[in-house]
Ligand binder design. Structure first.
Ligand code: A2R
Ligand code: GDD
Length: 321
């Protein structure tokens, strides 16, 4: 049994992974920036601001983890454009606080650092499936901060720390915030169906394509990394991707088809970014060959479950005045 420290435990991925690791019989210590107002009864959290080094030291010393899964981050690209300082402080210095603390107090801990496919940035413009050797050329503050955190993590790995860097592509599912594309579209459709919004959906760039995965498949991958014996992996960096990309327009069409209402589509200039990766798709050969991981959830099933979740939430939302 492992003692797993899970940062970002009340985030979208953290909640799914927390339950999954508990089901597998691990001891899991989920940390959160601040306690949620409504807490899931089965999940218990420790408050930890990863930007506060003293707080990090206290928690690492108390828990003495065998594994760290580092999810906590400013995870939204649009927010990173608005607040790059917060993004860098959290994503880079927060990560370094954890690594420094592990080096001092739990040097044998295995760290799974969750980076992002966003680090490839401009390289996606080649239009080909990118593998882990593709050059990294971030196109936004979020991606730049994740790459900086990767570079700092590599120093610790070179100095003998045990761990791995993963680059997940877009992962979606019920529970994801409406700040992300499928959550935004599904929430609006459910609001319209519930009579809470006029029958028009606001969208951003529909021409972009992304490599989408279900959050459950991504959590499967994370669990596989944690179960590798002695943390001995052949590489330091792994993509987590489906290997195919899908247009945002096609995702919208599929979600709209799940509703019987006629809904107008309106471009909202506020949803367009100063720069947006046009097409993102990643090779998953490395993780497939070395860990035997492959995604199994059909995208259509994931979209249905996201919309069903928003319909449930909207059924209890206050009516439009
Ligand atoms: O601050 P909170 O309690 O809302 O927790 C957020 C946490 N977080 C922090 N935790 C500790 N100290 C901080 N200074 C701090 N700042 C943020 O990170 C939140 O629960 C979590 C991120 O959750 P989400 O935004 O829902 O991200 P998601 O989709 O679960 O992504 C997980 C990871 C991230 O590293 C992404 O960049 C990557 O996967 O794609
Ligand atoms: N958020 C949002 N809202 N995006 C929209 C919208 C909208 O209304 N309309 C179109 N888009 C487009 C965005 O311009 C982008 O091209 C695409 O949909 C996906 O946007 P997001 O869902 O916000 O995700 P992301 O690709 O910027 O980043 C996500 O994936 C990364 C992995 O590749 C995040 O989950 C990151 O944390 C993650 O690292």
């Amino acid at each position: 049994m492992s003692r797993i420290l899970l940062t970002g435990a009340n985030g979208f991925v953290g909640k799914v992974l927390h339950r999954r690791l508990l089901r597998e019989g691990h001891e899991v210590f989920g940390t959160v920036g601040s306690l949620p107002t409504e807490q899931d009864a089965d999940l218990r959290y420790t408050v930890l601001d990863i930007c506060d080094r003293a707080n990090v030291d206290t928690v690492i010393q108390q828990i003495n983890p065998t594994h760290l899964v580092h999810l906590a981050a400013i995870s939204n690209v649009a927010i990173s454009f608005k607040d790059p300082l917060l993004t860098w402080n959290t994503n880079v210095m927060g990560t370094m606080n954890l690594l420094e603390s592990l080096k001092a107090h739990a040097p044998d801990c295995f760290t799974l650092f969750v980076s992002s496919s966003e680090v490839y940035g401009e390289s996606f413009k080649s239009g080909s499936l990118l593998d882990e050797e593709a050059p990294c050329a971030p196109m936004n503050p979020y991606a730049a901060s994740k790459l900086a955190a990767e570079i700092s993590m590599l120093q610790y790995l070179r100095q003998g720390m045990n761990g791995v860097i993963v680059r997940p592509f877009n992962h979606i599912g019920p529970g994801q915030s409406a700040d992300f594309v499928t959550g935004s579209f599904a929430k609006q459709i459910a609001s319209i169906e519930a009579g809470l919004q006029s029958p028009a959906i606001k969208v951003g760039n529909l021409d972009a394509s992304r490599d989408f995965l279900s959050v459950d498949d991504v959590c499967d991958a994370y669990a596989k990394f944690l179960s590798v014996k002695d943390g001995k992996l052949d590489h330091l960096i792994y993509n987590i991707s489906s290997g195919a990309s899908k247009k945002i327009q096609a995702m919208l069409d599929e979600l709209l088809k799940l509703s019987s209402l006629a809904i107008e589509v309106q471009t909202d200039p506020d949803r367009l970014r100063p720069s947006d990766i046009p097409v993102a798709a990643g090779s998953n050969s490395r993780i497939r060959n070395e860990l035997g991981w492959a995604p199994t959830t059909p995208l259509s099933e994931t979209l249905e479950s996201i919309l069903a979740d928003w319909r449930r939430q909207m059924a209890t939302a206050p009516a439009m005045t």
